[in-house]
Design a protein around this ligand. Structure first.
Ligand code: CS2
Length: 479
């Protein structure tokens, strides 16, 4: 048994880079909502580098409800080890988190932090479902958390309610608003969040909504780094290499990218110095990443697990599957991206496929398969809508959609639960399926939270999904 990682043991840590700044001299300038693995692998590692240049950017990490991260990292003074996975693995202790809070347990502290003058930026990773949006991408006012927050806006459960209350408090105290940076894989993430906050705020106080509309920046972003979930192998590797125990180390690939839309009044120029790209237009980065990388990831996840595979690395050894995914990326998805943008699309695809092949990474397909009802619209259905609009074939693009349906059917009849915000509905639906393509696909396409009517009602799409569904009844010969 090693001693636990923490301030007291930091200087004894071996084999890992330590924070290259004095943690005691840092002060909190950034609040992050949703301190999950992706945030700790990605944004927190940029901020950790930034603290060498400016000690005023340390992080207060706020979970909305779950105490898991606070309970694991609190006894470690917010420290944890990041393992960058390549052939040789690099370890680094991240010291950027100086405070860990759980909103539902300590609203006064949370709002004091959010309302503080020094809090200049609020970032968040709450996953697609955390935005409480409906199928059309606007605030779902029937979502239980939103219903709750409209009734009790001082003790919000949703990120939309939390931001609105924090911005209300700042306005009441005469403190200028923070910048709100969504770091989730949503199309137009900043706009979607801004619209949701405005819709919510209008229901509470029209003048507050007007002040948010005119005074708060919600830049769009593109975030990228493959972050496999923490497992015991990682905990063990970290313990052996460093000589300290870390309750929740994090792993990611070496590649990391963060593009933030540059809006007036943000003052984040220094962030460029640690590798953040500030760009006038992020739509190209965002589309290329969501459609090519995440679209391909979800395809590998659903088709691969139907073919009995476990990891992205395994799927990348399955030649028929790789050829299929590559053709889909190069021939179906690439044409939906702006050709005049200057992006080398084929080079981008090569790089993504190389990253998927990284032998240092064990990334479970089941992790990517989570939350499919929220991921498919962002990753694949936008490409499909654009393809249908130009009259091109959606035959290949229908395969991952049908594979998701088959995956749901399989899981609903197994003992492994479906992980999805609509898990109960999906399990019922999966159990009602009888392997008849027209019947089963019809049931799924009626899910209006997932399929917009223009897509669900398109006969070319329906036929393509039915035909893919039929082939996937025997997944080994389906691609
Ligand atoms: C993955 C992403 O789990 C998933 O759904 O597709 O988390 C992916 O690894 C990241 O977006 C890469 O930046």
């Amino acid at each position: 048994m090693n001693p636990r990682l923490g301030n007291a043991t930091l200087s004894s840590v071996r084999g890992a880079a330590l924070p290259a700044y004095d943690r005691n001299r840092t002060s909190i300038g950034l609040v992050h909502i949703g301190p999950g693995a992706f945030f700790r692998a990605h944004q927190a590692s940029y901020i950790d580098s930034l603290l060498q240049l400016d000690p005023g950017w340390a992080i207060s990490a706020i979970a909305l409800k779950s105490s898991g991260v606070r309970d694991a990292l609190g006894p470690q003074d917010g420290l944890y080890v990041l393992n960058e996975l390549s052939v040789a693995s690099n370890l680094r202790v991240i010291g950027a988190i100086r405070e860990l809070l759980v909103a539902s347990e300590e609203y006064p502290r949370v709002f004091a932090r959010l309302a503080a003058q020094e809090t200049r930026v609020v970032t968040m990773t709450v996953t697609e479902k955390g935005y409480c949006l409906n199928g059309a991408g606007i605030l779902d006012e029937s979502h239980p958390d939103i219903v709750h927050d409209l009734q009790s806006p001082r003790t919000p459960r949703s990120v939309v309610g939390l931001l609105t209350e924090a911005l209300r408090l700042r306005r009441a105290a005469g403190v200028s608003p923070f910048v709100v940076i969504s770091c989730d894989n949503l199309a137009n993430n900043g706009h979607a969040l801004r619209n949701a906050v405005l819709a919510f705020a209008r229901r509470i106080d029209a003048s507050l909504a007007a002040s948010i509309e005119s005074g708060v920046a919600f830049p769009r972003t593109m975030v990228d780094s493959i972050t496999p979930a923490t497992d015991d192998a990682l905990r063990q590797r970290v313990a052996t290499a460093t000589g300290v125990d870390d309750a929740w180390p994090i792993q990611r690939e070496v590649f990391v990218q963060w593009v933030i839309e540059e809006l007036p009044g943000m003052n984040l120029d220094d962030w460029r110095r640690v590798g953040v790209t500030l760009a006038k237009d992020v739509s190209l980065f965002e589309r290329a990443k969501l459609r090519l990388l995440n679209g391909a990831h979800s395809t590998l996840a659903y088709v691969g697990s139907l073919r009995g595979l476990e990891t992205v690395g395994d799927a990348m050894q399955d030649q028929p599957l790789v050829s299929f995914v590559e053709a889909m990326m190069r021939e179906d998805i690439a044409v939906t991206l702006d050709r005049d943008s200057g992006l080398d699309v084929n080079g981008y695809i090569d790089a993504v496929l190389d990253r998927f092949r990284n032998p240092g990474i064990r990334h479970l397909l089941s992790q990517i398969a989570w939350d499919g009802s929220k991921k498919l619209p962002v990753r694949l259905l936008g490409t499909i809508a654009d393809t249908l609009a130009t009259g091109r074939s959606v035959q290949r693009l229908a395969v991952p959609i049908a594979a998701w349906m088959r995956f749901v059917v399989r899981q609903s009849k197994s003992s492994v639960p479906i992980v999805d915000p609509d898990a109960a509905q999906l399990s019922d639906l999966g159990r009602a399926c009888n392997n008849d393509p027209a019947h089963d696909v019809g049931l799924f396409l009626a899910l209006d939270k997932v399929f917009a009517p223009s897509i669900a009602g398109n006969p070319d799409f329906r036929h393509a999904v039915e035909s893919a569904y039929r082939k996937l009844l025997t997944p080994q010969t389906a691609v």
